[in-house]
Design a binder for this molecule. Structure first.
Ligand code: ADP
Ligand code: MG
Length: 259
């Protein structure tokens, strides 16, 4: 059981057709993720992070290379791979528990097993008491908690998160980072997080993958060896931050970047 959740991305390339010409978005992406690892992907807007997650979740089969989960080539979407987007995408006409239960529609589970799993995951994300509430009655942070519960309710091997906290205010974001860590430790799920927040990536991850654009490729793969719980105010944290930003080319002179 403990070996479930290994993900291998091999020589993945992806192009879109734009105005009848080919736009190469991802080139030669190679990435190995061990079971239970927490990996963040950072990189400039447009470098193909969301595209890569869409391929891993199985929303788009039209790409080159291979994506393997536990050694098996993925095909189409599957309950083994959960996803959480930046906008929560809860259905407004369903209650919180109905929204989460919806993720189990194709699970084949009994009504009782579904009911239990939904209740457990609402508790896991700290939303007990809000089961029958509708999405418009939830704050942004609560909606993202609900989306995380929905992503995890089938006990997927991999949870893919596409800037899940990006639209939240700073304090809510910090709280939800703590929650993500707690959930990751309880569920022992492999996490692949896309974030534009370098600090968030350092605070949460075993490894940070830095992507560059034009076309999107892996520029760096940096192991974060800071002890847990991590101290954002420490010198070590600042050193890692500098290293990541340098790898992202964030220190290049503005004129050089504009060229
Ligand atoms: P990121 O998530 O890193 O910001 P995306 O994966 O969303 O980047 O996009 C990568 C590139 O692919 C961008 O140039 C974007 O305009 C382009 N792109 C994304 N989706 C499509 C699509 N469906 N059709 C054409 N081009 C797309
Ligand atoms: Mg994106």
């Amino acid at each position: 059981m403990s070996e479930r959740g290994s993900l291998e991305i091999k020589n993945v390339g992806k192009s879109y057709e734009v105005d009848r010409s080919e736009l190469k978005v991802l080139e030669n992406i190679n990435l190995k993720v061990s079971p239970g690892e927490f990996i963040s992907i950072v990189g400039p807007s447009g470098c193909g992070k969301s595209t890569l997650l869409r391929l891993v979740v199985g929303l788009d089969d039209n790409f080159g290379g291979d994506i393997l989960l536990d050694g098996k080539r993925i095909s189409g979407t599957s309950l083994q791979r959960g996803i959480v987007f930046q906008d929560h995408r809860l259905l407004p006409w369903l209650t919180l528990e109905e929204n989460i239960d919806l993720a189990l529609e194709n699970s084949g589970w009994s009504r009782e097993k579904r009911r239990q799993a939904v209740a457990d995951h609402i508790a896991l994300v700290g939303l007990k008491g809000f089961e029958t509430v509708y999405p418009h009655q939830l704050s942004g942070g609560m909606s993202q908690r609900a989306a995380i519960a929905r992503g995890l309710v089938f006990k997927p091997e991999v949870l893919l998160l596409d800037e899940p906290l990006g639209a939240l205010d700073a304090l809510t974001r910090l709280r939800l980072q703590e929650e993500l860590l707690r959930i990751w430790k309880t569920e022992k799920v492999t996490m692949l997080l896309v974030t534009h927040d370098v600090e968030e990536a350092i605070y949460l991850s075993d490894r940070i993958v830095v992507m560059h654009s034009g076309p999107g490729r892996v520029a760096d793969d940096i192991r974060i060896d800071l002890p847990w719980p991590r101290d954002r105010a420490s010198h070590e944290f600042a050193d890692v931050r500098r290293e990541i930003l340098r790898s992202m080319d964030a220190y290049a002179p503005a004129t050089a970047k504009a060229a």
